[in-house]
Design a protein around this ligand. Structure first.
Ligand SMILES: [Mn+2]
Length: 590
């Protein structure tokens, strides 16, 4: 970390991205002295604060007092709805049922149920029991500021997040919680919120003066923090006991580590807290630049010594992570050219790894997050964000992305020259290095000219191979159909590999087209692993004359007008002939 040893002035850097943000309002205890404190970290002032705590400890004689949260939870009432993270199932009728449905329509979360649950509820203890044995030297851990940006968030989900942080974070470690209102228009987030939080210790609220999006809102929040470490949380979370210490401990140990908690699921309808003590999943991505979850690979299991050791992860899911404030600056914070949300998590992940840091999940830090039943607000800028990530970090591999998303080439993504300069200044490694060393399990399509794109038929003109997995997480099991060619890549993108597979390599792990002699139709199954032979039912020969010969059945792929079940056209294995319906070719663009 030698390169970021020289202390920069966080305030100045944070504000480089635009003067428009300067017109924010700050409530509660904010004055210019707070800002200056950020650049005087490690000053005698802070040491004095800690001295006081030290004396207290000697009196109390142990770690228990140092663990003391900012606020204690109220006494446990096991009969309360949703207590201990239990599911809430109300059997509503009439008016009340209608209210519940309206709340779901509006927030994509059952806020009707959330409103009935205590803002101070406890969540079940679900971490690995070994996490109980970890000991922390509280006085030597860095302090943190928790930054929570929100836009039109419901009252109870937002305030439960705030109380949860205050009631699970040791007072000695938490400098403040900074709430950033990204120009919400709902009434409850105006004066009522100001009034409510003015009664809470360590909570500050600032507002943007126009809609900035997650990235700039978070940076605005970060700009007024005073802690050593920035901890970003989403605005509908609940923290598990002991969630904070592992993150701060790891950053103390390795200042260039960006550390994510395990994200437990809070179910959107019942607000049930679901988690388990087993190995958490880690992040990857597919060639649409969509984030994906994966089990921890074997080489990473071997690298670790204990189930409580951090797990390296190629990418992060998004909202939840802790990073040393100095290191965050060194890395160039966020790409402020990104709008709203989507794509910023992959950009940051690539940057962390390529520029010398590490991205990790700490198995002993658990935070629950409400996953809404669908995206709560529009993210039509996510495409431009992904393109910015590709243009700055992916080198020639951005072509693999563009092949599968041809419309992304036309997206106006703004100016990335500053971000490229940053990459050069930091001497960051190539995307190839990242793939080889950090995400070796990803399949790298070869996309040979003339062997990828839409798979079109000559007889049934303008019809293409089309595949809809039907589920974001399961690529296999469905049937290939024929559908009018749309030229948008995605579900009509196929690739003929040098091994003779027809790959649906838009997802990760990708699927391969399988023929079976009995149904005659084509389906998709997982492709073989690297260095394994191609299963014979996945092997096709794309011959010079355009016939697509299936090796196992010794038949040719024929474009049928109607299949038995769906009534749409579908490719089917038939005895080989000269019929144009058996002639196929790849075309990159419509
Ligand atoms: Mn969220």
């Amino acid at each position: 970390m030698a390169a970021c040893g020289r202390r920069t002035r966080p305030r100045l850097l944070f504000f480089l991205f635009g003067a428009t943000l300067l017109g924010y309002l700050i409530f509660f205890r904010h004055n210019s002295e707070d800002l200056n404190a950020a650049s005087r970290r490690g000053s005698p002032e802070r040491e004095r604060e800690r001295e006081v705590d030290k004396e207290e400890v000697v009196v109390a004689g142990g770690n228990e007092l140092l663990k003391k949260p900012v606020y204690e939870k109220p006494p446990l009432d096991l009969n309360a709805l949703g207590e201990m993270g239990r599911a809430v199932k109300l059997h509503l009728t009439g008016e009340e049922k209608k209210k519940e449905e309206e709340s779901i329509e509006k927030h994509k979360v059952n806020v009707y149920v959330s409103d009935k649950i205590s803002l101070h509820r406890r969540v079940p203890v679900i971490w690995n029991p070994l996490c109980n044995d970890l000991k922390y030297d509280y006085r030597s851990l860095p302090t943190t500021s928790v930054v929570i940006a929100f836009y039109n968030e419901a009252w109870s989900t937002l305030l439960r997040t705030v109380h949860s942080v205050l009631e699970t974070s040791p007072d000695i470690l938490l400098k403040e919680v900074v709430l950033v209102d990204d120009y919400s228009d709902r009434e409850h987030l105006k004066e009522p919120l100001e009034r409510y939080i003015s009664g809470l210790r360590k909570v500050r609220l600032i507002r943007t003066t126009k809609r900035e999006g997650l990235v700039r809102a978070r940076l605005l929040g970060a700009s007024i923090t005073t802690g050593d470490v920035l901890t970003f949380l989403d605005c509908h979370c609940e923290c598990h006991e002991g969630w904070l210490e592992p993150l701060l401990h790891r950053i103390k140990e390795e200042p260039s580590a960006v550390v994510c908690p395990v994200i437990d699921v809070i179910e959107w309808n019942t607000l049930q807290y679901l988690g388990n003590a087993g190995e958490p999943q880690i992040g990857g991505f597919d060639w649409r630049l969509v984030f994906t979850w994966h089990v921890v690979p074997e080489y990473e299991q071997k690298r670790r010594h204990s189930p409580t050791d951090v797990i390296r992860s190629p990418t992060m899911a998004g909202g939840l992570f802790a990073v040393s404030k100095n290191y965050f600056h060194y890395l160039g914070t966020y790409d402020t050219g990104m709008e709203v949300w989507g794509g910023e998590n992959l950009e940051f992940s690539f940057r962390i790894w390529q520029c010398g840091g590490s991205l990790e999940v700490h198995p002993c830090s658990h935070v629950g997050h409400i996953f809404p039943n669908k995206a709560p607000y529009s993210r039509n800028k996510a495409l431009a964000n992904s393109v910015r990530a590709a243009e700055v970090w992916m080198d020639e591999y951005k072509e693999i992305y563009y092949h599968r998303n041809p419309h992304a080439r036309l997206e106006a993504f703004g100016d990335v020259s500053e971000r490229r300069k940053l990459r050069e200044k930091l001497g960051c490694k190539t995307f190839r290095w990242f793939l080889d060393n950090i995400y070796p399990e990803i399949n790298i399509p070869s996309d040979r000219p003339g062997m990828f794109g839409m798979l079109k038929n000559r007889g049934k003109v303008n019809y293409c191979f089309d595949y809809n997995p039907g589920d974001e997480h399961i690529v296999v099991g469905k049937k290939i159909i024929l559908y009018p060619c749309h030229g948008m890549g995605q579900n009509q993108f196929f690739e003929y590999s040098t091994d003779g597979e027809i790959r649906y390599s838009t997802r990760e792990p990708g699927g391969c087209v399988v023929g079976d002699n009995i149904s005659t139709y084509l389906t998709v199954q997982l492709c073989k692993k690297r260095n394994q032979p191609v299963p014979v039912d996945q092997k096709f020969v794309l011959r010079e004359d355009g016939t697509l010969y299936h090796v196992a059945s010794q038949k040719c792929v024929h474009a049928l007008d109607k299949d038995k079940d769906s009534g749409s056209g579908a490719p089917s294995l038939q005895p080989c002939s000269d019929n144009l319906r058996q002639k196929w070719f790849f075309e990159e663009k419509a």
